[in-house]
Ligand binder design. Structure first.
Ligand SMILES: Cc1cc2nc3c(=O)[nH]c(=O)nc-3n(C[C@H](O)[C@H](O)[C@H](O)COP(=O)(O)OP(=O)(O)OC[C@H]3O[C@@H](n4cnc5c(N)ncnc54)[C@H](O)[C@@H]3O)c2cc1C
Length: 159
């Protein structure tokens, strides 16, 4: 997902966005790919795509734009595997978890929207220097602001 949004990868053709986060990341990359001329489907194990967009009041806007951009939304499906089926094509096995039925989605590109690795160079540098240093928030694992606040308070109270 980040490779696409930062221009290191340029999907084309039929694109499947696999959204494991339910927030802006998956829907943003789906819109970005659709704006670039791709035929986009976004899938989620959740009951709706982008379920947490409700808390930022972005859910309605996403659905309107997705409709205008022709983005298809697949819900309640879990990716179980992926294989090359012909030159440049990938088949993703999707398990519809409420029924146990599996289907195959053939795409030119599969874009994963999942948790990212932290950017923790500064933490490593400080930890190696012998200074007592604690990690809170995104440097531990990129999540949301409340995690940084909760973990920061815990560390503060422990000192
Ligand atoms: C586009 C986007 C939208 C988001 N929307 C939401 C939202 O709606 N709600 C929500 O709760 N969360 C949201 N988040 C997540 C939220 O921003 C983060 O979880 C939160 O900012 C983490 O706080 P932090 O203090 O751990 O890290 P940061 O806020 O990233 O602060 C780390 C700081 O360290 C600095 N830094 C890093 N490396 C170095 C270095 N080597 N030397 C010096 N300085 C350095 C950085 O410049 C930065 O200022 C969003 C994130 C993004 C990217």
């Amino acid at each position: 997902m980040r490779d696409v949004l930062e221009g290191r990868a340029q999907p084309s053709g039929i694109v499947l966005v696999v959204d494991e986060l339910g927030f802006h990341q998956g829907t943003s990359v789906a819109e970005f790919a659709a704006d670039s001329g791709c035929v986009v489907t976004i899938c989620t194990p959740g009951m709706i795509v982008g379920q947490d967009l409700g808390i930022t009041l972005d859910f309605e806007g996403w659905n309107q734009r997705a409709h205008h951009k022709g983005i298809t939304q697949l819900t309640d499906v879990v990716p179980m595997g992926c294989e090359a089926v012909e030159v440049g094509k990938l088949a993703v096995t999707l398990l519809h978890h409420p029924t146990g039925q599996s289907s195959r989605f053939v795409a030119d590109w599969v874009v994963s929207s999942a948790h990212q690795r932290p950017e923790d160079e500064l933490w490593k540098e400080l930890a190696d220097s012998g200074i007592e240093v604690h990690r809170v928030g995104d440097v531990l694992a990129p999540r949301r602001a409340h995690s940084a606040v909760i973990e920061g308070e815990r560390v503060g109270l422990s000192l």
